[in-house]
Ligand binder design. Structure first.
Ligand code: NAP
Ligand code: MG
Length: 499
């Protein structure tokens, strides 16, 4: 497996982006970055010191208010005082600057986490689209919202203020998209930010900082600091932070929620999932096959919302197993730099071990691997796991209940739609889900019975104009859509006499 030529502007770095410039870290530790396709370390980043954290938060505070005061907004010159239309102009420029860096973003991302270039080559365009979408919401910030008192005696003007300095903490599976999903609404709201990327993926996001600099986003508005999970914890609890936005695992989300609860600090959490593809008896298996990987196995199974549990009607059970098995077995796995690759490696050695553990657990609990299984990957290096389909899965098995975050699908049999709905809802999570049926009315009628934040009919994809919100163990609050912008705003009600 020869890795194809790559554009990698950043490898071994010594700095964080603080107050508009790359500044040398004062921390001592370093984090190595490994290419999951080869297992080789190819880059490293510094681990921030407490002084680096303080400097980044202080820069964000100054940029927010335009001076050292955190109270006075009168005649300020901070990012919060910039008119929404002007913020939108800068955010649109940022979108264009990100697009110019598409290849470097794609290749760096692929070398960090093994996502195939068929996936990462779209990361910059998708980021630009998210920035432009939130820029288009500027009028929402400018429109006065006037509400009369019920008795008509006076009126209230509901103003929206930016919530303040935000900590943005991202996971490794989509290191660009999941930062931009937070950064774009934060910027449009008038907030300033400190970003902490995940340790396996600290480099691709640097291209976003370069783009912001080139676009003329003022110094201190966006800061990027690298460090381990304990650094993320310190960032969450830092007294200069006003809001936390987090995407990652449910256990870490719970600990962040606890800290924010004590501090009464607003928090948005996008956490794990264990979503179902509910297949109705009239399904068109050929049409389902075309969207199967995107909806149920995207990014080598490392996507929070994918429907990794396939609920099959008894009368189509064997046919469905054959289709799913053939579709997964036919998808090429290999060098993620090869545009033809569908399945890459797991993102980290630790994740590979987790996925292999789940495969062994499935076999031990009596599930039947129809492709893959606990077998050699076929590659002599890297963190590859053979994509695996399990049939004869029952709802109580660990592989049916816990998020695997790897290329493993579980097929479960149901005998009535009520039973299928019951199985779909019987996990601690509530993120996504897909219904496959030839009858749109029958599919739509089932939607209110699914206890999840999003449902796809015949396919699943995310739309950044619509809220993405997990229920239960999948999170708190929403990202994307106007709801995603509101998460970075505080209301202020101004009661006044009607003039
Ligand atoms: P993770 O371990 O929860 O880490 C996420 C981020 O939090 C990383 O930047 C991590 O830093 C940091 N972190 C770790 N411990 C922390 C702490 N105590 N306080 C503050 N920050 C801390 O998740 P992951 O392993 O990167 O990603 C996989 C998980 O993310 C999966 O469970 C997946 O479902 C979930 N996910 C959810 C969504 C969604 O939108 N709902 C999207 C993608 C992924 P280090 O990397 O330095 O440890
Ligand atoms: Mg982790």
């Amino acid at each position: 497996m020869a890795l194809l030529q790559a554009t990698l502007p950043y490898t071994h770095t010594d700095d964080h982006f603080i107050d508009g410039a790359w500044q040398r870290s004062t921390g001592v530790g370093r984090t190595e970055v490994t290419n999951p396709a080869t297992g080789e370390v190819w880059a490293s980043v510094p681990q921030a010191s407490v002084a680096d954290l303080d400097a980044a938060v202080a820069a964000a505070r100054r940029a927010f208010t335009g001076n050292d005061s955190s109270i006075s907004n009168a005649g300020g010159s901070g990012w919060r005082d910039v008119a929404p239309a002007e913020r939108a102009r800068l955010v649109r420029r940022l979108a264009s600057e990100v697009e110019k860096r598409s290849e470097a973003i794609s290749h760096t991302n692929t070398w960090e986490n093994g996502s195939p270039v068929s996936e990462t080559s779209k990361a910059a365009a998708n980021a630009a689209s998210i920035f432009r979408y939130f820029a288009s919401l500027a009028p929402m910030l400018e429109r006065p919202d006037i509400r009369p008192f019920p008795d008509g005696s006076a009126e209230t003007m509901v103003r929206l203020d930016p919530v303040g300095v935000c900590a943005l903490i991202a996971p490794w599976n989509f290191p660009i998209n999941l930062v931009v999903a937070k950064l774009a609404p934060a910027l449009m709201a008038g907030c300033t930010v400190v970003i902490k990327p995940a340790s396996p993926t600290p480099l691709s996001v640097r291209l976003i900082l370069d783009a912001a600099d080139a676009a003329g986003i003022p110094a201190g508005v966006i800061n990027l600091v690298t460090g381990p999970g304990s650094f993320g914890d310190a960032l969450v609890k830092h007294p200069g932070i006003n809001k936390v936005a987090f995407t990652g695992s449910t256990p870490v989300g719970r600990s962040i929620a606890a800290a924010c609860g004590t501090l009464l600090r607003p928090v948005t959490l996008e956490l794990g999932g264990k979503s179902s593809a509910l297949v109705l008896p009239d399904v068109d298996l050929e049409a389902m096959s075309e969207v199967l990987i995107r909806s149920c196995m995207r990014n080598t199974g490392q996507t929070c919302y994918i429907s990794t549990r396939i609920l099959a009607p008894a009368e189509r059970y064997d046919e469905l197993i054959d289709m799913v098995t053939a579709t997964i077995a036919a998808a090429p796995q290999g060098d993620p730099m090869d545009p033809a690759t569908v399945f890459g490696p797991s993102a980290t050695r630790a994740q590979e071990q987790v996925v292999r553990g789940y495969i062994r657990s499935g076999l031990a609990e009596g599930a039947r691997a129809t492709t893959g299984g606990d077998v050699p990957s076929g590659f002599d290096r890297g963190f590859f796991v053979k994509p695996t389909v399990f049939a004869d899965v029952t709802p109580g098995m660990r592989i049916a209940q816990e998020e695997i975050f790897g290329p493993v699908l579980s097929i479960m049999r149901y005998s009535s739609v009520d039973e299928a709905v019951q199985i779909a809802n019987n996990t601690p999570f509530g993120l996504g889900g897909t219904i496959f049926s030839e009858d749109p009315d029958a599919a739509f009628a089932l939607v209110p019975r699914l206890d999840t934040g999003s449902v796809g009919l015949g396919f699943f994809a995310s739309n950044h104009a619509a809220p993405f919100a997990g229920r239960h163990d999948s999170g708190l609050g929403a990202e994307f859509g106007p709801e995603g912008l509101r998460a970075y705003l505080s209301v202020q009600s101004v009661h006044r006499r009607i003039r």
